[in-house]
Design a binder for this molecule. Sequence first.
Ligand SMILES: C[S@@+](CC[C@H](N)C(=O)[O-])C[C@H]1O[C@@H](n2cnc3c(N)ncnc32)[C@H](O)[C@@H]1O
Length: 237
Amino acid sequence: MPGRDGVIASPNIWNWPDVYEAENRAQDVTGEIEAVLRDLTPWAGRDVVDVGCGTGFHLPLFAREARSVVGVEPHPPLIERARIRVTGSAVRVVRGTADRLPLEDCSVDVVHARTAYFFGPGCGPGITEAMRVLRPGGVLVVVDLDATVDPYGAWMRRDLPHYDPLTVERFFAAQGFDLRRVLTRWSFADREEAAAVLGIEFSPRVAARALRQLTGTSVEVGYRVHTRRRPHGLETA
Ligand SMILES: C[S@@+](CC[C@H](N)C(=O)[O-])C[C@H]1O[C@@H](n2cnc3c(N)ncnc32)[C@H](O)[C@@H]1O
């Protein structure tokens, strides 16, 4: 749930940014999400914003081909890290939240958010805001974990007994989003790294169980990719 300032606490990356960096490196080692993003919303020559960009891990991917890239992030220490990451490039990192983007109307083609803010019911203001900054035909693409896919989903559900993935899916469907499921593989450098990453994602009990269930150093993890296009035609308020 967002706080008064609209920010959703993100202890994993706020408290352990270096472990989260290892987590990002471990995620989707075969590039399934990237392939789906390219299919759904190609960004070559386009203007892209990454909402809740954290330390900016995904900014270089977009920057290689996009016309412009802006990272939006509310947490100042992460803004600093993201800026260091993109030093020497044209990428801008600015302070802001999903429900109040520091961007002009109709100024971007792709709004990307990965495991940030758009977690289901309650993120309506961010959807409205994304539609404001998108040009007609532009796309809001939300990448999030799919808690219906085990074993990772079972670990999530154990820690978040009130989280109902189907409610989340129904919410996005009712808001006019299309859904694409993506099966990925996370692969850690070693079991020590796996333990550190599981330790920032789950309670100690669930993290210990997850580590026991992890065979070797990799695990299948499901994602949902939700997309909503800003219509070309006339919109009524
Ligand atoms: C789990 S991290 C993901 C970071 C990044 N997208 C990545 O994949 O590496 C979630 C991020 O969302 C940010 N965040 C929290 N509340 C937000 C809001 N209201 N609008 C935009 N970002 C927000 C957090 O500060 C954090 O950086």
